[in-house]
Ligand binder design. Sequence first.
Ligand SMILES: Cc1cc2nc3c(=O)[nH]c(=O)nc-3n(C[C@H](O)[C@H](O)[C@H](O)COP(=O)(O)OP(=O)(O)OC[C@H]3O[C@@H](n4cnc5c(N)ncnc54)[C@H](O)[C@@H]3O)c2cc1C
Length: 243
Amino acid sequence: MITRARREGGEWVLDGGKRWIGLASIADIAVIWAKTDEGLRGFLVPTDTPGFTATPIQPKLSMRASVQCDIELAGVRLPENAVLPGAIGLKGPFSCLNEARYGIAWGAVGAARDCFDQALAYALARSQFDRPLAGFQLTQQKLVNWALEIQKGQLLALHLGRLKDAGRLQHHMISAAKLNNTRMAIEIAREARTVLGGNGITLEYSPLRHANNLESVRTYEGTDEVHTLILGQHITGLSAFRG
Ligand SMILES: Cc1cc2nc3c(=O)[nH]c(=O)nc-3n(C[C@H](O)[C@H](O)[C@H](O)COP(=O)(O)OP(=O)(O)OC[C@H]3O[C@@H](n4cnc5c(N)ncnc54)[C@H](O)[C@@H]3O)c2cc1C
């Protein structure tokens, strides 16, 4: 984290930046986490504040319908009350990450289900060698494997939801679901594309689009590697994040 905030004459002054900030060029308000002398703090920053710039990152091969930006904060001055009062230390950003990562565990299942539905419909409609593709054993094996993985991922997300409702959800459980369900969905998206043959590379069908977008999902809200390290630490009691 390179963004820092300091108090000056009854105001906060922010300097720094962050890459890959979703929707920053069209948002009215940015939530900025910054290091201060009092520890990590969160700030609400109107994006028209002098010194705040957001530059869209282009071109991209994933998440093309959305915009992510490089943001820069150069002497951004904010009133005292721009700071989030209850969020001090890493607890603030980590609680946001837990919510978003839990949501991704469900979202990935949705993407995989859409790929499954499209591939099944196509396999039933398209005939080769005088029978629907869905009638070939190799196609059925793909569909069955996907159905098993989707159902397992869905049950995992459902179980986490119930633990969340009961106030018993822990961050390493969310890592397991984010890692597993994103990995599951990207594999199904790539394989579902094969059932569509050449048509699978057109924009008419969603699996390749999902596969490309899931490359981003795999990276944001904790990469595969970072969630693996979180789980490795939980299992062994040893942190492998450094060295
Ligand atoms: C489409 C998109 C939207 C995003 N939206 C937002 C957003 O709205 N807000 C926001 O703050 N961020 C956002 N991000 C940023 C995202 O969270 C980061 O890209 C992600 O955390 C990875 O950081 P990095 O790109 O700096 O990669 P790096 O940290 O440079 O990592 C590169 C590779 O090295 C691996 N690696 C890093 N450290 C270790 C280690 N200790 N051991 C083993 N491997 C390691 C990583 O897993 C990865 O595979 C977004 C990114 C994308 C692509």
